[in-house]
Design a protein around this ligand. Structure first.
Ligand code: ADP
Length: 367
């Protein structure tokens, strides 16, 4: 059994994965770490996880880490040195890496005798072509601060790209894909022969698509403008990270609620939905151009897997590009092709499973 941990600053999500039996194994979440009514720290939180395992010790522990910087480009066995290096990346991911490090340290203290492996959300994008990774700013400033496009959601996108090749019964090496990971966070990645060649999240996970509470792309002059208008840097940060996106546009960040309000004719929710889908369509067109030839558009994560309305609206009017969704297939369930038979580009729904992908990486180390 592999224990997979996704540790945040105040919560630990965990899942036990039996690589030989994907259906087996428990999962859960420990929340409110450090709050009055929650576990005091990550070590105490893991004790609750340990009890849930009924005292069994896992064969290995996989840790999801959001930011691997330039150093971590593949799954990495954790020791004191690598944990310190992940902690040193905190300036690049202040919201994410500290929680991961706290979870790693607690887990190494709790399950000391088994291998611990970190799997990074940035790793899949680490060899982005320079034309895609480079921001057009002063190169010395960029070099001093490590400013480049890192990209995120890589664990999910790599897994989904592999499952898509299996679904289409074609070698991944031959495929050009646009993978849309639409969850609370959202990103789109162009995948050429199994490699990330362009991705919408950048230096941080704020860039790109419209998200639940994040703005995605905007004019880079806006933060400075808002600060001169009297907002503090941290207020601007909070605005763009937590009070924008669907939530900023209509007050709800859950796509199910946005869709229900839209069906009732609510104007703000309708505009939020339309802006969300318009942004996706723009990226599909841009990444089609990046790839030259496009074999499949792939939808994954909470919204991508479940919202037939978002899939329909995002790809509407692209028949001339060989992209056409079949309504009946769109309304189906599970991993499937949802495009019309006469369409040149396949449109697919492929459920993601980041924990399974992390467990596979750990299994690789055990073998
Ligand atoms: P996370 O990024 O936290 O892993 P998920 O991948 O679980 O998020 O996606 C969460 C999003 O999926 C939410 O916005 C939720 O509204 C949306 N979602 C889940 N089920 C549906 C559904 N049936 N229709 C539309 N949206 C859905």
């Amino acid at each position: 059994m592999i224990l997979v941990l996704n540790s945040g600053s105040s919560s630990i999500k965990y899942r036990l994965v039996d690589p030989a039996d994907p259906g087996a194994g428990g999962k859960g979440v420990v929340e409110r770490i450090g709050e009055a009514d929650g576990p005091a720290d990550h070590t105490e939180a893991l004790r609750a996880v340990f009890e849930d395992l009924s005292g069994g010790t896992p064969d290995g522990v996989g840790h999801r880490v959001v930011h691997g910087g330039d150093r971590f480009v593949r799954p990495t066995l954790l020791d004191d040195d690598t944990v310190a290096a992940i902690r040193d990346l905190t300036p690049l991911a202040p919201l994410h890496n500290p929680g991961a490090v706290a979870g790693i340290e607690a887990a190494r203290a709790t399950f000391g005798d088994v291998p611990h492996v970190a799997v990074f959300d940035t790793a899949f994008h680490s060899d982005l072509p320079p034309v895609a990774a480079t921001y057009a700013i002063d190169r010395e400033v960029a070099a001093r601060h490590g400013i480049r496009r890192y990209g995120f959601h890589g664990i999910s996108v790599e897994y989904v790209a592999g499952r898509t090749a299996a679904l289409l019964d074609r070698p991944l090496a031959d495929l050009n894909l646009v993978v849309l990971h639409l969850g609370n966070g959202a990103s789109v990645t162009a995948v050429h022969g199994g490699r990330s060649v362009e991705t919408s999240m950048g230096f941080t996970p704020l860039e790109g698509l419209v998200m639940g509470t994040r703005c995605g792309d905007l004019d880079p002059a806006l933060p400075g403008f808002l600060e001169r208008a009297g907002l503090s840097p941290s207020e601007v940060d909070t605005l763009l990270q937590h009070r924008s996106g669907l939530a900023g546009l209509c007050g709800d960040n859950d796509m199910r609620t946005v869709e229900r309000r839209r069906a009732e004719g609510d104007e703000a929710a309708t505009l939020a939905f339309d802006v969300y889908c318009h942004r996706i369509r723009r990226y599909v067109g841009a990444y089609h151009a990046t790839l030259g030839r496009l074999d499949a558009v792939v939808f994954t994560a909470g919204i991508g897997e479940n919202s037939s309305a978002v899939r329909t609206a995002s790809l509407a009017g692209l028949e001339g590009w060989g992209i056409a969704v079949d309504p009946d297939r769109n309304d189906g369930r599970g991993a499937r092709v949802i495009s019309r038979d006469d369409a040149r580009v396949a449109v697919c729904v492929v459920p993601t499973d980041e924990e399974h992908a992390i467990a596979e990486a750990v299994t690789g180390f055990l073998a």
